[in-house]
Design a protein around this ligand. Structure first.
Ligand SMILES: *Cc1c(COP(=O)(O)O)cnc(C)c1O
Length: 360
């Protein structure tokens, strides 16, 4: 049976991945040296294309890591001597917090009540870095972009790091108002897992240099300084995931051809289809009720015995995500990435509708 993945990562591959993979093998990409001029040119072009696609300022650096989780650790090491401040609305925000604690920092938590509005929060003066999970994949709560800009304007001297793992490329972040943003490629870009991308402002890089000067550990081979000084020469500190880097470059070119505005518009169209269905259904309700905070890219739905729903749909070829962590049995999750087309989303809704009619 054909399976369609609506899981929030890894997820359905972007439709052109198969062809690019085939081409990569024909061109011996997995055997090419990461010190070769081919690789240097490839990552220079990838950087340029990513900046163009996501509208990232030219003076920001893009470096390669292995995952979203790794980015959390690198960001804390590179930007924090003592104190980080974390907005948490679920398990991924808490992970960021725990990583800071495990590195011996003072990590201050602001736990968001996802049933309420997020008002302005006073950030303690000792804070060096504010960490935001822009799209909380475990609960489907999303941090409004205009509130990130506001936070920057109210706290111009504090660095801001944003986890955009499950909202890129949809999220329209104003990169000038943040210092670190990171994602991995197995979600919105529809690629095999094993590659993380970290975007750094000049201020974030400067902070790492100043920590190093003070004799504070900023990590080893993947610290900001090695990463940035390497990437300026088209180099990575280790042998990276060259195949995934190649595939990301190809998918970026495809997405640039399609255009980010079109991708964002389609994402909104599909998220409306899904939320409209769930809100009018008698079986389900969105986990986040306040519309201004509902994620457009990971739709989390509250329900009873949701594992049965996940199994039922799985038997019909529609693979959706179970609830995450403590919400494993009272919710399920549906990815709305560029790989999940409008037609596939409509098919999924019709399956859910049948389920609801028969099992009520
Ligand atoms: C998936 C996810 C991560 C972890 O990314 P990995 O690449 O699996 O390490 C971090 N944050 C969010 C919001 C995620 O959805």
């Amino acid at each position: 049976m054909k399976q369609i993945f609506f899981t929030p990562g890894p997820s359905q591959l972007y439709p052109t991945v198969g062809n690019h993979l085939h081409q990569a093998l024909k061109s011996n990409i997995p055997s090419i040296s990461h010190r070769s001029s081919y690789f240097v040119t490839m990552i220079e072009e990838l950087s340029k294309d990513l900046k163009k696609f996501l509208r990232i300022p030219d003076n920001y650096e893009i470096v390669f890591l292995s995952s979203g989780t790794e980015s959390m650790e690198r960001v804390i090491q590179g930007c924090v001597e003592q104190t980080s401040f974390h907005f948490t609305a679920g398990a991924f925000g808490k992970k960021f917090l725990e990583i800071s604690q495990e590195l011996g920092k003072t990590a201050v938590e602001y736990e968001i009540d996802i049933s309420k509005d997020l008002d302005d929060v006073d950030i303690p003066e000792t804070t060096e870095l504010v960490c935001i999970t822009q799209n909380e994949t475990s609960t489907g709560w999303s941090y409004p972009i205009n509130k990130i800009t506001r936070l920057r304007n109210n706290n111009p001297n504090i660095l801001i790091a944003v986890d955009i793992v499950s909202s890129v490329p949809y999220v329209n972040l104003d990169y000038k108002s943040i210092d670190c943003a990171f994602f991995s490629v197995q979600k919105g870009f529809g690629l095999p897992a094993g590659l993380g991308i970290l975007i750094l402002s000049p201020k974030a890089i400067k902070k790492a240099y100043s920590l190093k000067e003070k004799g504070i550990s900023i990590g080893s081979y993947h610290n900001f300084i090695h990463l940035v000084e390497g990437i300026k020469k088209g180099q990575t500190p280790e042998t990276p995931n060259v195949l995934d880097i190649y595939l990301l470059h190809q998918i970026l070119k495809d997405m640039l051809n399609k255009g980010i505005d079109k991708i964002r518009k389609e994402t909104e169209e599909k998220s409306s289809l899904l939320y409209d269905f769930f809100e009018s259904s008698s079986c389900f309700e969105p986990f986040v009720c306040n519309k201004s905070y509902q994620s457009k890219t990971v739709i989390v739905i509250r329900g009873y015995n949701t594992r049965a729903i996940v199994r039922h749909l799985g038997n019909r070829g529609f693979i959706i995500g179970e609830g995450y962590g403590e919400n494993a049995t009272n919710s399920f999750r549906i990815a709305n990435f560029p790989s999940q087309t409008i037609a596939l989303t409509e098919n999924l809704i019709s399956e859910l509708n049948d389920y609801c009619k028969n099992y009520k």
